[in-house]
Design a protein around this ligand. Structure first.
Ligand code: NAG
Ligand code: NAG
Ligand code: NAG
Length: 337
């Protein structure tokens, strides 16, 4: 027995090639297992990432995926999700999806039942209903409580600036202020303790790549706000000739840099997954040294890595990995830099 374990470790050192591979952001273990089990049952890598993210939507992972979390300024939970097929470069995405729980499932329907890539808002809900998804209230006692507490504390924190009345003291409705000013200390309302977003990559036995994300966005966001998660190249990217990546964190900032696309492109040009992840984070850091964010990267031979931006309250980033070496989900951590 000891000998067998030794041999397995020699054949597959950590972070090295072993296929198939499932990797996802945060310690969302059941999501990793659901994706792995889909692969074991003969499902495609696309099936795997869809199943994994759906599992998180059901479990309301961290309150930041699925129904009943991150109420917006009006108290409503809305969902964003996308998935990408790295063989065909097809993408299906939804954002600001209302009253439908299985956002990543609707994203898959966009991919498979339309020529489009991205459908948003109330129209995405109507599309989902037509595709057979159930329409239901996404609020829960918890999301209602978060919302009413926020109202009681004068709508603090919020994402408004350069408006009247003073958004650091009052609720809206807000009007634009004539004179724009730049705060010395940007508010940085993003709270790393209420993580956000599942991002997942699956690599098949022959190096096929798929990636997916699902989130309910930022708590107290302005209605209609969409972050990085459902945007191809920002929240996730997959290309079976290079690899896959998925990002998590302050999406309002991260989406300006297309970190997932950047990491995959770096791997295409020969970068190891860990190096590609670090370079994608560094690019953002140059402009926003204190941003909250992390990224996972995997290449077509099963090498993988992760990176995160070190800031107060965030020095290590946990992620889940499953490959034949373990045959079960394993929590790993990377030190932020
Ligand atoms: C939600 O709140 C209502 C009314 O306060 C209560 O009757 C119900 O049991 C609560 N539901 C859950 C799931 O806690
Ligand atoms: C994938 O990453 C692993 C681990 O860094 C590395 O050993 C391997 O050579 C990479 N594969 C490709 C195709 O670059
Ligand atoms: C992995 O685990 C599953 C369920 O525990 C089992 O059916 C399967 O044979 C295992 N695969 C390998 C390669 O050990």
């Amino acid at each position: 027995m000891i000998q067998r374990v030794f041999v397995i470790i020699c054949l597959f050192p950590l972070n090295q090639a072993a296929l198939p591979l499932v990797i996802n952001t945060w310690n969302f273990e059941n999501a990793a297992n659901a994706a792995w089990s889909a692969l074991q049952k003969g499902g495609s890598v696309l099936d795997a990432v869809e199943r994994g993210c759906s599992q998180c939507e059901l479990e309301q992972c961290d309150g930041s995926v699925g129904f009943g979390g991150s109420p917006d300024e009006r108290g409503e939970t809305t969902l964003d999700a996308m998935l990408m097929n790295g063989d065909t470069m097809e993408v299906g995405a939804v954002a600001d999806l209302r009253r439908v729980k299985n956002a990543v499932g609707v994203a898959r329907a966009v991919m498979e039942h339309t020529e489009h890539t991205f459908i948003v808002g109330e129209s995405a809900t109507i599309f989902a209903e037509n595709m057979g998804f159930m329409s239901e209230d996404l609020s829960t006692n918890k999301s209602i409580a978060i919302f009413s507490q926020w109202l009681q504390q004068n709508c603090q924190p919020n994402y408004r600036k350069n408006v009247f009345p003073d958004p650091s003291k009052s609720c809206g409705p807000y009007k634009p202020k004539a004179k724009l000013w730049k705060p010395k200390n940007p508010k940085g309302n993003f709270d790393p303790s209420s993580h956000d977003t599942i991002g997942m990559i699956a690599i098949g036995k022959n190096g096929q790549v798929a990636a997916a994300t699902s989130t309910n966005g930022a708590t107290h966001k302005i209605p209609g706000r969409v972050g990085d998660s459902p945007v191809a190249g920002a929240g996730a990217y997959a290309d079976s000739t290079a690899g896959g990546a998925a990002a998590t964190g302050d999406g309002d900032i991260m989406m300006r840099f297309l970190p997932s696309f950047l990491a995959v492109d770096l791997m295409r040009n020969g970068a190891q997954p860990t190096v590609a992840c670090k370079m994608a984070i560094s690019r953002i850091k140059k402009y926003y040294p204190n941003f909250f964010g992390a990224i996972i990267c995997a290449n077509t031979t099963g090498g993988y890595g992760a990176a995160c931006n070190k800031r107060p309250g965030f020095s290590q980033f946990p992620f889940m990995v499953v490959n034949p070496q373990t045959n079960q989900s394993q929590l790993q951590k990377v030190d932020c830099f």
